[in-house]
Design a binder for this molecule. Structure first.
Ligand SMILES: Cc1cc2nc3c(=O)[nH]c(=O)nc-3n(C[C@H](O)[C@H](O)[C@H](O)COP(=O)(O)OP(=O)(O)OC[C@H]3O[C@@H](n4cnc5c(N)ncnc54)[C@H](O)[C@@H]3O)c2cc1C
Length: 245
């Protein structure tokens, strides 16, 4: 069936992260044919750490035909425990067996890059999404529905792109948001919470040498320690079978 006029709209998505690639794939599956994703990173790499794939997300990914890609690198958790930071005592433990029975899919954890990979693969395989890597969106001209892109690999060459629809998915530090608010005469206030989050990725082979850590990484259980102004989460990533966060 020939695409409708709407399905031929020039859709330009800024940012090839979770939101951008998810939107691109969803639009492709809805029959939109002219979808572009502009991503400043030169390659889709292993940025981030553990991310949960809960059954509602699995259902969507399955519908898009890409769940198997993420699943190859995922761990299905058997449960989770919450411990008191100061005393190291278990406050509560939840068994996740019921999750698959009730919702049709287990509670998966993967590396963020595995989730991104499945979205990128699905988008590319649709033949309807063009991913432009190494392209930083610099300026926004909302009145004329266009934006400028700097080619990070070609001496900063600038190109203006005309669009029918622009979807800003440029993450938590979104410059599109700042530009959109400025257009309305408002400032984009970023409030410092005074808190910081750190993440580390450790090879399983290194953990195996530490008897204190081994119990936390035997089986597929997730642990988190909570305390005043402190919160530590230990997750699992099956990425190449040797990493965990
Ligand atoms: C350690 C960790 C664990 C997490 N765990 C979970 C979890 O378990 N569950 C959960 O739901 N969420 C989790 N999150 C949060 C989740 O990763 C984010 O919510 C999600 O990535 C946000 O998606 P996004 O598309 O808005 O932004 P991003 O995924 O950050 O994507 C934004 C993209 O836009 C690109 N970009 C930015 N500016 C420009 C520009 N000007 N031009 C071109 N490209 C641009 C960036 O390079 C980036 O690729 C976790 C995050 C971290 C760091």
């Amino acid at each position: 069936m020939a695409p409708t006029l709407a399905q031929e709209l020039r859709i330009h998505i800024i940012g090839g992260g979770m939101g951008g690639m998810g939107s691109a794939l969803a639009l492709a599956k809805q029959g939109y044919t002219d979808i572009h994703v502009w991503e400043s990173a030169r390659e889709i790499g292993e940025v981030g750490a553990g991310i949960n794939i809960t059954p509602n997300l699995s259902r969507i990914l399955d519908g898009w035909g890409v769940l198997h890609i993420a699943k190859d690198e995922a761990v299905a958790l058997d449960g989770a425990s919450v411990l008191n930071c100061a005393k190291d005592e278990v406050l509560t433990s939840v068994n996740f067996d019921y999750i698959e029975k009730e919702f049709g899919y287990p509670f998966f954890v993967v590396h963020r890059s595995a989730l991104q990979k499945c979205l990128v693969t699905g988008a590319k395989e649709s033949g309807r999404v063009k991913l432009h890597l190494g392209k930083l969106v610099k300026e926004w001209d909302f009145d004329n529905n266009r934006f400028s892109v700097v080619d990070r690999s070609a001496d900063g060459e600038i190109q203006w792109i005309d669009a029918d629809v622009i979807l800003a998915a440029d993450g938590v530090k979104s410059k599109a948001r700042t530009a959109m608010l400025a257009r309305k005469g408002e400032e984009d206030h970023v409030q410092d919470t005074g808190q910081a989050a750190y993440r580390i990725i450790v090879k399983r082979s290194m953990i195996n040498e530490d008897p204190d850590l081994v119990p936390f990484f035997t089986g597929s259980h997730s642990y988190r320690w909570i305390g005043e102004k402190r919160h530590i989460i230990v997750g699992f990533n099956a990425l190449r079978g040797d990493l965990t966060t």
